[in-house]
Ligand binder design. Structure first.
Ligand SMILES: Cc1cc2nc3c(=O)[nH]c(=O)nc-3n(C[C@H](O)[C@H](O)[C@H](O)COP(=O)(O)OP(=O)(O)OC[C@H]3O[C@@H](n4cnc5c(N)ncnc54)[C@H](O)[C@@H]3O)c2cc1C
Length: 405
């Protein structure tokens, strides 16, 4: 049998593509290399799946071709995604920070909705079917894996990137693209935690604090992000660390340093005001009202200041005030590296959007071959933007294919 469409990869983009193909009544087959579909999807948002964001624009992404990105995002918007999941039994709930999560807090519900939508009109999903090569003969694609060859008029590659290879995304889609002559924008891990020199902060593992992180290169501040930082056994994670990782990697060879302001809501001279109002209370108690106790103890010891001293009673020396100010407001974090692809939420780089035909995402080098999801050179910031790209790009490609069918 010759399918209308073979989708290679049953992750977020591949499953949404199959759902749309099913809705448009294409004869579609998803070939997923792993034993189960949507493995990475189940990990999204800490298992709660941050499926999209209340405001999505091209500014939330890095990519080499902004107008195509905008077109694709508008074609199947965040509100379309919200409606889609509602329709298929996975309502999304809007949080105060603008992120939409699975309303029941389960990524599995989002996956089930996709699978239900695929079954709706009968697209096929086959697991344990890793694709090794694609060849074209007489306008028909032969898609080959271990022990199978399948044929289709169109092929959509949704094999993901290199991040979290344990979920099945091992970069094989890039090899398929390169065989058709595609140029790959250099790939690197993005949204990946920091690992540190030594274990100074390890005792804080599990604590989350609001911070302002800034990246400094040669005495110049080049990036600032404010939000939650999570201390881990091996370093720093949470949204601000994940967002900063990519910029740090780029600046690392030029001596980039990450500094943390643990009191981001205070004005520049806010610490002085706090100390003046401290009265008889000890430093440890005053700071304990602003920060978790374990962090206060660590920062006091790093600043070599006795926590029993009373700042309101002028018991701190000028040097002590200075080193305390530095520890609390501009501490250089001992960043050694990022955790790389093993823990990256996304791969930056990939199949160049400029080599795809606009919002159809069809290859300019091989008619009938399409790409969507993380395999393409588009990566978003944290907050549901990467899944929105997966949904939008998948739908965009399938609608273009349906128009040709
Ligand atoms: C821990 C973690 C948490 C995340 N949380 C969020 C979040 O909350 N919100 C958000 O927006 N984004 C999140 N992301 C990013 C998001 O998961 C990705 O953007 C999204 O999964 C990309 O979808 P995809 O379909 O392109 O790739 P994937 O989901 O990686 O799917 C690719 C699929 O293709 C299969 N495959 C690969 N090669 C072949 C082959 N040769 N033959 C057959 N099958 C193949 C793989 O087995 C895999 O199932 C998170 C990522 C991680 C790692």
């Amino acid at each position: 049998m010759v399918y209308d469409l073979i989708i290679i990869g049953g992750g977020a983009a591949g499953l949404m593509a199959a759902a749309e193909a099913s809705r448009l009544k294409l004869r579609a087959l998803v070939l997923e290399g792993g034993a189960h579909p949507g493995v990475k999807l189940l990990m999204c948002g800490g298992g709660r799946c941050n499926a999209t964001h209340v405001k999505v624009t091209e500014k939330d992404y890095s990519c080499g071709c902004v107008h195509v990105l905008r077109h694709v995002l508008n074609g199947f918007s965040n509100q379309d995604a919200v409606r889609f999941f509602e329709q298929w039994g996975a309502p999304l709930a809007l949080q105060d920070d603008g992120c939409y999560f699975s309303a029941d807090g389960k990524a599995r519900t989002v996956l089930s909705a996709l699978l239900a939508a695929i079954r709706g009109n009968g697209a096929e999903l086959r697991c344990g079917a890793k694709v090794h090569s694609i060849a074209v003969q007489d306008n028909i694609f032969n898609v080959t894996g271990g022990g199978f060859i399948e044929q289709a008029r169109f092929v959509l590659v949704t094999t993901g990137g290199l991040s979290y290879p344990s979920t099945g995304s091992d970069g094989s889609g890039y090899v398929l693209a390169e065989r058709f002559g595609h140029r790959l924008v250099p790939r690197r891990p993005a949204l990946t935690p920091f690992i540190t020199f030594g274990d100074v902060f390890a005792s804080l593992s599990g604590i989350v604090v609001q911070v302002r992180l800034s990246l400094w290169v040669a005495g110049r501040k080049i990036k600032t992000i404010q939000g939650p930082l999570l201390f881990t056994h091996h370093g720093f994670s949470g949204p601000v660390a994940l967002e900063m990782g990519r910029a740090w990697l780029d600046a690392h060879s030029s001596g980039g340093e990450v500094k943390a302001d643990f009191l981001p809501e205070l004005e520049a001279d806010g610490l002085k005001v706090v100390f003046r109002a401290a009265g008889q209370r000890s430093l440890k108690n005053v700071l304990g009202e602003l920060l978790p106790e374990r962090l206060v103890v660590l920062l006091l010891s790093m600043a070599s200041v006795d926590g029993l001293k009373r700042p309101g009673m002028s018991e701190l020396t000028r040097d002590e005030k200075h080193s305390l100010e530095r520890a609390l407001r501009a501490e250089t974090l001992p960043v050694k590296d990022t955790a790389g692809y093993a823990k990256a939420e996304i791969t930056a780089g990939g199949v160049d959007l400029n080599e795809l035909k606009g919002a159809s995402l069809e290859s300019r080098l091989q008619e009938g071959l399409y790409f969507a999801g993380e395999v393409v050179d588009v990566d978003g910031r944290i907050g549901g933007f990467n899944l929105q790209w997966a949904w939008s790009s998948a739908v965009s490609a399938v609608r273009a294919i349906a128009r040709k069918c």
